[in-house]
Design a protein around this ligand. Structure first.
Ligand SMILES: [Zn+2]
Length: 293
């Protein structure tokens, strides 16, 4: 099935009181599912986390080389979901236990909150100045959207609402994924009722994305009757920073003694990237060159 390309749209209401973001992540969430062979509930948790990470990145990463990491660490069977993006909309991520299966909730939705359980939402920003800033809040429900809104309320002191969603077909493939975010700037309280109504009556974002709804139309649903000014629209994708060169460097760090032991038994080394599940095999014949460096 053909989907419109993944992209993120940032805008504000013309009167300046609302900050708005909408993002389509259908293709990149399906890419993450195929890489990590995730179960349906793990696909939903990972897709929501990748999507939320991109929106936080859009809000707070000015430089392309900065990175933002979003971690949800809970006591449920999934254990943790982690995503990390740069300032150009390139995101990667993984789930600690990708094969967890849970029965659907009574309303027919995937039980993401139950799968994550209670715990913390942690955001780290690795800014271009070399500093890492980390902050966290207790998870509200483990459904990720609510948890992110609570994080933004607490960290930015700005009332925020976040919608995240992943829709799967019967075979577990992603047919719609995306998110929206709205923030009420200080002084814009007159719009509070409008936002409460619009966010409560929004169709699920997973449905809108499965229907190939344009992101401008998503923002129009969020801010009905208001004139919206779009400030940036760019593509987003699943992209990892791992490489054979980095894998070689990691193997070299095993140290000469360990490498000598592996040479003695003729054992190649395989390393797997957590973030994208790519496997690198370093043949034993290369070890002497690695230790020489
Ligand atoms: Zn990787």
């Amino acid at each position: 099935m053909h989907h419109p390309p993944d992209e993120i749209l940032r805008a504000s209401s013309e009167d300046g009181w609302l900050r708005l973001i909408a993002v389509r992540t259908t293709t990149l969430t399906e890419s993450a599912r195929r890489r990590h062979h995730t179960s349906p509930v793990a696909t939903a948790a990972l897709g929501r986390t990748l999507t939320g990470c991109l929106m936080l990145g859009e809000l707070s990463l000015a430089a392309a080389s900065s990175r933002l990491t979003l971690r949800l660490i809970g006591d449920g069977p999934l254990a943790a979901v982690i995503a990390d993006c740069d300032g150009r909309g390139r995101v990667r991520g993984y789930v600690s236990r990708p094969t967890v299966e849970l029965p659907l909730r009574a309303d027919g939705k995937l039980a993401v909150g139950q799968a994550l359980g209670h715990g913390q939402l942690v955001v780290s920003r690795d800014l271009a100045d070399g500093q890492i800033y980390t902050s966290s809040v207790p998870m509200q429900s483990g459904e990720i959207g609510e948890d992110l809104a609570a994080y933004l309320d607490a960290s930015d002191q700005i009332p925020s609402a976040v919608g995240l969603g992943v829709r799967l077909d019967r075979s577990g493939r992603v047919v719609g994924a995306g998110g929206w975010l709205v923030q009420l700037m200080p002084g814009g309280e007159a719009h509070l009722g409008l936002i409460q109504n619009s966010t409560a009556s929004m169709p699920p974002i997973s449905q809108l994305m499965a229907d190939s709804t344009d992101l401008s139309a998503v923002l129009a649903l969020l801010a009905p009757g208001l004139s919206v000014q779009e400030s940036s629209r760019h593509s987003v994708s699943f992209r990892c920073t791992c490489s054979l060169r980095r894998a070689r460097r990691a193997v070299a760090m095993l140290g000469p003694d360990t490498l000598a032991d592996l040479v003695a038994i003729g054992q190649d080394v395989e390393t797997r990237c957590h973030f994208c599940n790519r496997c690198f095999r370093i043949p034993v014949a290369e070890f002497s060159a690695l230790t020489a460096r």
